[in-house]
Design a protein around this ligand. Structure first.
Ligand SMILES: O=C(O)[C@H]1NCC[C@@H]1O
Length: 345
């Protein structure tokens, strides 16, 4: 059969957010670090991401991870994260999916009751601890890269909205955080469309005014995600909040978002709202949960940073082979404005 691509994928979701995992059909690329490999895909092989994430094979609310040999010899595997608009340096739901797939398909041997795995990501090495039973990952906790607030109460003029106050933080991806109540917004599933429209508007305004740059890797710069924050509340002595992360090009993260949780921990710590070791539960738009804590404090460049650990669960949903027929008129797929938030021309 005349196919120009044939790719083996394990379908997976973490607390609702799709993070499929490519386990075959894509060869390794050159690079001394996983970030180099990310840049290689971004600049030379982006058609793979387009093919898998755009319609008709993909949809606006999904991600695909690519397992590759690690660059750092301390790691068990490397992986790259492909999202609709970018290659994310790190991602919580995606590392939980990738670990679950690696262990539940035997690509990395599972030991019960606990398996420790080190994964090489474009943001650095991440240690993952999976609680396993009967061949299944019951949950996966990752020790994220340092998270830090770059700006608190940064003021930006948003067309049609006036001045908006935001925080800017890194949690493995760069975030704009905005207090939903300060804009008179209610964060829930019913208001999702309105929230996404406003989030994209604010994100574009912040992007135009401020370029965040990671002090240790200037290649990590710019925003792709906005997080609405709602006030913390106490449940049985634990801090809990709803998470509402809008991922470009304009849709809600279905999970409680691991990098968003990390960014929020960094902001909360900078504001004196959480201490090292304290548990913070983040709930998604679907009501699913990530349980997080600050496992230590560090510095990144001039910024004080926290070391977040985040725990969640993932489930395999399919084993599929995706192909590209040589006569397919859409070798990189397509997007239609009813499902994809298309930026104004
Ligand atoms: O959990 C996370 O960090 C992510 N979920 C999808 C978008 C972010 O990468």
């Amino acid at each position: 059969m005349p196919f120009s691509r044939s790719i083996n994928i394990v379908g997976c979701h973490a607390e609702g957010e799709v993070g499929d995992v490519i386990i075959g059909g894509v060869l390794d690329v050159p690079g001394k670090t996983m970030f180099d490999k990310l840049v290689h895909f971004e600049t030379k092989k982006d058609s793979l991401r387009q093919l898998l994430l755009n319609e008709p094979r993909g949809r606006s609310s999904m991600n695909t991870n690519l397992v590759l040999p690690p660059c750092d010899p301390r790691a068990d595997a490397g992986f790259l994260i492909m999202e609709s608009e970018e290659y994310a340096p790190m991602s919580g739901s995606n590392i939980i999916c990738t670990t679950t797939v690696l262990l539940e398909t035997g690509m990395i041997p599972m030991t019960e009751p606990v398996t420790k795995v080190t994964l090489d990501t474009a943001a650095g090495l991440v240690t993952v601890t999976a609680e396993c039973e009967g061949g299944k990952c019951k949950n996966v906790e990752f020790d994220n890269v340092p998270a830090f607030a770059l700006e608190l109460d940064y003021k930006v003029q948003v067309p049609g909205m006036g001045q908006v106050s935001v925080d800017i933080a890194y949690g493995g991806m760069m975030y704009v955080l905005v207090d939903a109540a300060s804009l008179g917004l209610v964060v829930d599933n019913q208001h999702a469309r309105q929230l996404v429209e406003i989030a994209e508007k604010i994100k574009r305004a912040v992007e135009a005014a401020y370029t965040p740059v990671h002090p240790e890797n200037p290649g990590i710069r710019g925003f792709s995600v906005l997080e609405y924050t709602v006030p913390l509340r106490m449940e049985a002595g634990t801090k809990v909040a709803m998470n509402a992360v809008v991922v470009s090009p304009g849709r809600f993260d279905r999970s409680p978002c691991g990098t968003g949780t990390s960014a929020r921990l960094a902001v909360m710590h900078s504001r004196g709202q959480i201490k090292e070791g304290e548990v913070f539960k983040h709930r998604s738009i679907l009501g699913t949960e990530f349980v997080s804590r600050i496992r230590g404090i560090t510095k990144v460049g001039k910024y004080s940073a926290v070391l977040p650990s985040v725990k969640g669960r993932a489930w395999i949903t399919s084993f599929k082979q995706v192909v590209l027929d040589i006569t397919d008129p859409f070798p990189e797929g397509f997007r239609v404005g009813d499902q994809w938030h298309l930026a104004p021309n």
